[in-house]
Design a binder for this molecule. Structure first.
Ligand SMILES: *Cc1c(COP(=O)(O)O)cnc(C)c1O
Length: 362
């Protein structure tokens, strides 16, 4: 009978993930700044690799991702044997929960942390534990205080989304050192490439056995549509995850395109510099208009308004001219809007529209 058919515990507690809006009724030419995509798209080398992949579509892809892992190993100076590739870093986050979390286990994420941490935890039957942040920044002491003998994973995005803030290497090290022995620290480095000189936790991973890192091709590499991510960590953890990974989880087109993208380090560097320049310009211009933000280390700015009503009114003013940004009430930041750093004209349009909105209100 219908009542006898029930999903696994936790699954019905998952609220459907809401992605960034991508269209507006009646507007044909929208400017989408709601999903932290690279406005310049992928590098030419990546696009050419994708085009070439069309000739091999009848072949099954590599099951061990040797070629992409080797490229990642060379570019990031990591051991390719300890790299695992996934359908977006989302898949790696799900693998971590599936492998290490069950009913009764706890998974810590921060107050304004990425929605997938909670979803992946519930999907595995675990209990998400939300820990407060301090001024929209990860609070290591609060996390350590929330740890229990049931804590299995601690998810930290560094830089964090949607806040754009990050914590320093010594704070991350203190966290890795302080969590209980049965717990793993997962450093989500989706925006790591935007931070000059940041190793995304690599040094810490090499020196410990309880730290894991996830990375993505969806942000600076401009390949969100292809769904490619990777993880790096201790051999034992990678071995566990490879047991549940589908052998053909990555398509041949995704593998080839990602390899070309990661090798094109000149392009990545160009995108990083352009993002930093425009982010600074936009954040400063907004602050002068009375819309402050924390110093962002990623490819977006979390604009703070006086209250929820003003944030919503500004969002509407942007939509009225065809600009879509991200409302972040679901991240407990109802008075904020997350605005992706677009290209130069996009940033100018955002600032111009918010200036008019503020002017109209005054
Ligand atoms: C965008 C983002 C990701 C990337 O997810 P993919 O599945 O790789 O597209 C991961 N973590 C955070 C915090 C993000 O903002």
């Amino acid at each position: 009978m219908a009542d006898d058919i029930q999903p696994q515990p936790g699954i019905m507690d998952i609220a459907l993930y809401e992605g960034g809006v991508s269209s507006l009724a009646g507007v044909s030419n929208v400017l989408k700044l709601s999903s932290n995509e690279n406005p310049a798209g992928p590098s030419d080398a990546a696009k050419e690799a994708f085009s070439r992949a069309v000739h091999q579509l009848h072949r099954y892809p590599s099951a061990d991702h040797t070629s992409l892992r080797a490229a990642i190993g060379e570019v990031w100076n990591v051991d390719p044997d300890r790299v695992i590739c996934g359908v977006g870093s989302d898949e790696i986050l799900h693998f971590m929960c599936q492998c290490y979390v069950g009913v009764g286990d706890e998974v810590i994420h921060t107050e304004h942390g990425f929605a997938i941490y909670r979803i992946a935890t519930l999907a595995a039957g675990g209990t998400p534990v939300e820990v407060p942040e301090r001024e929209r920044t990860t609070d290591v002491d609060a996390i350590l205080a929330a740890c229990t003998p049931r804590t299995k994973l601690v998810f930290i995005a560094n830089p964090n989304n949607p806040t754009g803030t990050m914590i320093g290497q010594s704070e991350i090290a203190r966290l890795a050192e302080g969590i209980p022995p049965q717990a793993i620290l997962v450093l989500d480095g989706a925006y790591a490439e935007y931070v000059e000189g940041y190793d995304a936790g690599l040094a810490l991973i090499e020196e410990r056995d309880n730290v894991m890192m996830t990375r993505t091709f969806s942000k600076i590499y401009g390949l969100g549509g292809l769904r490619i991510g990777w993880g790096y960590g201790p051999r034992a953890i990678i071995d566990v995850m490879n047991r549940i990974r589908g052998p053909f989880n990555m398509s041949s087109a995704a593998l080839a395109t990602a390899e070309a993208a990661v090798r094109d380090t000149d392009y990545t560097e160009k995108c990083r510099l352009e993002n930093a320049r425009l982010r600074e310009w936009m954040a400063t211009a907004l602050a002068e208009l009375g819309v402050p933000s924390d110093t962002s280390t990623a490819n977006f700015v979390l604009a703070r308004f006086a209250d929820t009503a003003e944030a919503q009114a500004c969002d509407q003013a942007l939509r009225d001219v065809g600009i879509i940004v991200r409302q972040v009430a679901g991240y407990k930041l109802p008075h904020c809007l997350r605005i992706t750093v677009g290209d130069e004209s996009a940033c100018r349009r955002v600032v111009h529209t918010i200036a008019q909105f503020k002017g109209a209100k005054a």
